[in-house]
Design a protein around this ligand. Structure first.
Ligand SMILES: *[C@@H]1O[C@H](CO)[C@@H](O)[C@H](O)[C@H]1NC(C)=O
Ligand SMILES: *[C@@H]1O[C@H](CO)[C@@H](O)[C@H](O)[C@H]1NC(C)=O
Ligand SMILES: *[C@@H]1O[C@H](CO)[C@@H](O)[C@H](O)[C@H]1NC(C)=O
Ligand SMILES: *[C@@H]1O[C@H](CO)[C@@H](O)[C@H](O)[C@H]1NC(C)=O
Ligand SMILES: *[C@@H]1O[C@H](CO)[C@@H](O)[C@H](O)[C@H]1NC(C)=O
Ligand SMILES: *[C@@H]1O[C@H](CO)[C@@H](O)[C@H](O)[C@H]1NC(C)=O
Ligand SMILES: *[C@@H]1O[C@H](CO)[C@@H](O)[C@H](O)[C@H]1NC(C)=O
Ligand SMILES: *[C@@H]1O[C@H](CO)[C@@H](O)[C@H](O)[C@H]1NC(C)=O
Ligand SMILES: *[C@@H]1O[C@H](CO)[C@@H](O)[C@H](O)[C@H]1NC(C)=O
Ligand SMILES: *[C@@H]1O[C@H](CO)[C@@H](O)[C@H](O)[C@H]1NC(C)=O
Ligand SMILES: *[C@@H]1O[C@H](CO)[C@@H](O)[C@H](O)[C@H]1NC(C)=O
Length: 868
């Protein structure tokens, strides 16, 4: 005994440094256990700097009492020798990847008060003898995998078997897989201030003892399967946050909750609670968040809500509340969210809502509200404004929060027009105003909104045409304008909306044909039924996906049985182009018997042709009365000329004549179908060319295409002039007579004025001057004598058009493009400045200049130049 005492005294002076050295050694072993991670690189053996200065460590009287390694990627287990640091009171390993079961070795840390192992990968049970940590005050095991995920035994943690450490002040077991009931023992934790068990699978009732704990301030039991009623007697007057949401609780809100003057948040949403809200709840002084949505509450709301506390969130949606919203809900102006949809609320909106500058979400749809919207509301910073299915009246505001994103006033009684001011609602994603009394037209300003995805204006009284130009609408997916009085044609611009997939224009008065461009919209859900549309349904729509799209348009017909609609007189599978002359207008022109002369094997008939004519495939037509005998003779002559010439020649760059049909009144020439129509539309009429394109990107015809077109025309002319015998002179070469197929291959068309030359190179004198201003060689105009070179002149004009993109007629006031170009050449202008900027690229400058010069040469003087 005395020896022992002696040793004790002998070592006393050194014992403190001995403990220090021991703990130093233990810490270095911990580092080794964690495999020397880089975040502990400063833990080095040293007798100069103290480990008490390491950031992970706290010491009391030079002994380690606290160890924290938060968010450090630890993947090893807790070192079993950790508790050799005997004085540890505080351990924090939150946010790591620590595996395995609860480390029972921690029981040897007999002084432990604070243990945080949350946000790790622990599995298995929470040991039921955890109360051996008798001094534990703070325990957090939240967000782990405490459940039966261990192989071999599927074991689930039950909270019932769990012994509580009686000194606990805070406990967090949230986000695990705990089952069973909350033990009554928790009512004995007199010091408890914080209890969080949310997101487990706990069942049973809430122990009534829990709400007797005087120091309890936070209870989070949300997202479990708790049932029964909320304990009726509440003495935990220090409660500030109660979250019992998403359980199966029934019954009423205890009257005693009205005593909780510290309460800031009351979350009871998504339960099966019922009855009225106690009046006293409306008097709580600290309440900021009141969330009771999706229950079975009923009755009138406490009238003083909002008057005594600075309410920020008020969500009572999906219940059976009736009568008015509390008048002072936004008395303090702090309200941010007001959710009250799907109740039986009625009356006008409280005036205080009109002066509620922090409000960003107002969702009160599906009630019985009436009257006007308090005007102050329009000036606030609302992001969400959903008031549909009520009985509100009034006009839409000219100005509104520019942050508004969801705007839904559908199924109310709003009247007046859509304000032009909508163009400033730039963040708008949904604009829903179905079923009101809106009238006037749809302003173009509405098409400026770049983020708009849904626009529903159906069931109103909107009139007039749709805006012809759409300014943005680049995100628009759904456009529903059905059941209005919109008319005129469906604008082509609708077909260019890049995201559109639902288009409902049914039950309006739209007329004209179904724009072909709509067929470019992939998987379009289309409803154009009950309008005044005419013409043939585009072939692309002739399938069952569209069988309800065109109903009840008496003028619309289809080529096949696929849709339950009137068949067009006959169907043509292969599209054609038709040029058509009416010699005499009679009522039943198309019914008369036709004579068909075909130039190759055809698998369609006269009536196929007649029934499939549309505005789009008629490339030229004219109507003349019988009174003008001369004109009639001339027309017949040119018809015959064209038939005679085209039926005799075949060339890749000359349009193919399939057949001609005629009767007493009309004559028609049927050509192969050339998808991209005529060259002039591409050079001078970009809107029309836009409609023919698959995407809106390449409206400008690029130089490589232009050069190829020039060469192909030259081939066609060369064939006519040199390979045909006798040679053919076209006399009418111009860009509107150059047709382009889907690959932009050029073909010369319209041979109505062409003539055979008696001998190559000779002049024939014509009885009448034929041609278009700007394309006619001056010599020809003066003498009416022709040879091949008048076509060369016209070709030269086309070359000038291709390089400058100017019209043949567009010189100055009285001069043509050719004269304009010549004047510039004589003035020695820089050619590059004459070329079309939009087409010009550095790499093709030489070619463009060269073709321009060729155009100059072709239009120089007839007798000097031969065909290139
Ligand atoms: C530190 O300890 C080493 C041996 O571990 C010793 O050689 C050295 O003298 C000591 N330095 C001081 C300042 O005590
Ligand atoms: C640390 O533990 C030792 C004995 O193990 C004890 O003498 C000392 O007082 C403790 N220090 C603290 C700060 O608790
Ligand atoms: C943890 O790992 C992540 C990703 O591997 C890395 O970005 C982060 O810096 C690491 N943190 C520490 C403290 O090592
Ligand atoms: C506590 O420490 C003692 C001695 O170091 C050891 O035998 C025992 O296994 C430890 N207890 C636990 C639960 O690890
Ligand atoms: C823990 O649970 C999460 C989510 O269930 C899972 O992704 C993860 O792999 C689990 N980890 C372990 C170690 O079991
Ligand atoms: C809760 O229990 C139900 C069945 O009782 C189960 O389907 C569900 O996955 C459990 N949830 C968790 C988080 O374990
Ligand atoms: C309750 O809290 C007060 C103030 O924080 C404290 O003085 C008192 O000891 C606590 N009561 C219990 C039983 O811990
Ligand atoms: C309630 O909490 C406050 C601090 O939030 C504290 O001052 C007061 O002592 C507590 N009341 C009781 C009865 O514990
Ligand atoms: C909700 O409570 C009512 C009685 O108040 C009961 O009839 C109903 O079954 C409960 N519903 C659910 C989903 O628990
Ligand atoms: C086709 O239309 C007729 C009359 O319009 C109607 O009686 C019939 O039920 C429709 N058939 C289908 C398959 O819709
Ligand atoms: C006519 O011929 C084309 C091929 O030249 C073919 O695709 C089409 O189906 C035919 N039409 C009919 C009605 O037989």
């Amino acid at each position: 005994m005395s020896i022992l005492l002696f040793i004790f005294f002998f070592t006393y002076g050194n014992s403190e440094s001995q403990l220090y050295n021991q703990e130093h050694e233990i810490l270095l072993n911990i580092k080794k256990h964690f495999q020397n991670p880089s975040f502990l690189s400063h833990w080095i053996k040293s007798n100069t700097s103290s480990h008490c200065s390491w950031p992970e460590i706290l010491c009391t009287k030079n002994s380690v009492t606290s160890l924290s390694m938060i968010n450090t990627n630890i993947t090893q287990t807790i070192p079993p020798f950790l508790c050799e640091l005997k004085n540890l009171t505080y351990i924090d390993f939150q946010f790591n990847c620590i595996p395995n079961e609860f480390p029972k070795s921690l029981y040897n840390c007999s002084k432990l008060e604070h243990l945080d192992l949350s946000q790790n990968f622990f599995v298995g049970t929470i040991p039921n003898d955890i109360d051996r940590l008798a001094h534990l005050q703070f325990l957090s095991l939240g967000a782990n995998n405490f459940s039966g995920d261990i192989p071999m035994s599927i074991e689930i943690v039950s909270l019932e078997r769990y012994q509580v450490a009686l000194n606990l002040i805070e406990i967090d077991l949230s986000e695990n897989n705990l089952v069973g009931k909350i033990p009554n023992d928790f009512g004995e934790l007199q010091r408890l201030t914080y209890l969080s068990f949310f997101m487990n699978n706990l069942t049973g009732k809430i122990p009534s003892s829990l709400f007797m704990l005087k120091n309890l301030s936070t209870v989070y039991l949300a997202m479990n399967s708790l049932f029964g009623e909320i304990p009726n007697v509440v003495e935990a007057l220090n409660l500030t946050k109660i979250d019992l949401s998403m359980n199966n609780l029934v019954g009423k809100i205890p009257n005693d909750f009205g005593k909780l003057q510290q309460l800031t948040v009351l979350n009871l949403y998504k339960n099966n609670l019922s009855g009225e809200i106690p009046q006293s709840i409306g008097n709580l002084k600290s309440l900021k968040g009141f969330h009771v949505f999706k229950n079975k509450f009923s009755g009138t709301l406490p009238s003083d809500f909002g008057l005594h506390s600075k309410l920020e969130y008020f969500r009572i949606e999906i219940n059976n509340f009736k009568r008015k919203l509390p008048e002072n809900l936004c008395y303090h102006g702090k309200l941010q969210i007001l959710g009250a949809y799907e109740n039986n609320l009625s009356g006008e909106l409280p005036k205080s809502i009109g002066n509620c500058s922090n409000l960003f979400a107002l969702e009160i749809d599906r009630n019985e509200f009436s009257g006007k919207i308090p005007s102050g509301l329009w000036n606030m910073n609302l992001v969400t404004f959903i008031i549909s299915h009520n009985k509100f009246t009034g006009e839409m505001p000219q100005n509104f929060s520019s942050s508004i994103s969801l705007f839904d006033i559908s199924y109310n009684q709003f009247y007046g027009g859509i304000p032009i001011g909508v163009s400033s609602w730039t963040n708008l994603v949904k604009f829903i105003a179905s079923k009101n009394y809106l009238n006037g037209s749809i302003p173009q300003e509405l098409t400026t909104l770049p983020n708009l995805e849904r626009l529903l204006l159906d069931q109103n009284q909107l009139k007039g045409s749709l805006p012809f130009d759409v300014i943005s609408w680049k995100s628009l997916v759904t456009l529903n304008l059905s059941q209005n009085q919109l008319n005129v044609q469906i604008p082509v611009s609708i077909g260019h909306l890049p995201s559109l997939s639902v288009l409902d224009l049914s039950e309006n008065q739209f007329s004209g044909e179904i724009p072909l461009i709509l067929t470019r919209l992939r998987n379009l859900n289309l409803n154009l039924s009950t309008n005044h549309l005419t013409g043939r349904v585009p072939i692309e729509f002739e399938n069952s996906a569209y069988d309800r799209s065109f109903l009840n348009n008496s003028g619309v017909c289809v080529g096949t049985q696929a849709l339950n609609l009137t068949l067009c007189k006959s169907g043509l599978k292969k599209p054609i182009n038709v040029s058509r002359w009416f010699l005499e207008k009679k009522e039943q022109t198309l019914e008369n018997s036709w004579e068909l002369i075909s130039f190759q094997r055809l698998n369609f008939t006269e009536s196929d042709i007649v029934s499939s004519m549309t505005e789009q495939n008629i490339i030229g037509s004219g109507g003349f009365g019988t009174s003008n005998r001369n004109l009639r003779q001339e027309l017949e002559a040119s018809f015959r000329a064209e038939v005679r010439i085209l039926s005799n020649i075949r060339h890749r760059n000359i349009v193919k004549l399939l057949c001609c049909i005629s009767n007493e009144d009309s004559m028609m020439l049927v050509y192969e179908y050339l998808r991209h129509s005529s060259l002039d539309k591409w050079l001078h009429n970009k809107n029309e060319s836009l409609a023919m394109l698959d995407s809106a990107q390449h409206v400008v015809l690029g130089w490589p295409k232009r050069l190829r077109i020039a060469i192909r025309i030259a081939h066609g002319l060369c064939y006519m002039h040199h390979d045909c015998s006798p040679p053919i002179i076209h006399r009418y070469i111009k860009t509107s007579n150059i047709l382009l197929d889907s690959e932009f291959n050029a073909k010369v068309a319209d041979f109505g004025f062409a003539r055979f030359l008696t001998k190559p190179g000779q002049f024939n004198t014509m009885s009448a001057l034929v041609g278009s201003f700007g394309y006619m060689a001056p010599e020809y105009v003066q003498t009416t004598r022709i040879n091949e070179k008048i076509d060369v002149f016209s070709f030269g004009v086309i070359l000038l058009e291709l390089t400058t993109s100017k019209k043949a007629t567009c010189g100055d006031e009285h001069s043509s493009l050719a004269q304009w170009a010549w004047r510039h050449i004589q003035a020695e202008s820089n050619i590059i400045e004459l070329l079309d900027n939009e087409v010009m690229e550095q790499s093709c400058l030489d070619e463009m200049c060269c073709i321009f010069k060729l155009g100059i040469m072709c239009t120089a003087t007839l007798l000097l130049v031969d065909l290139p």
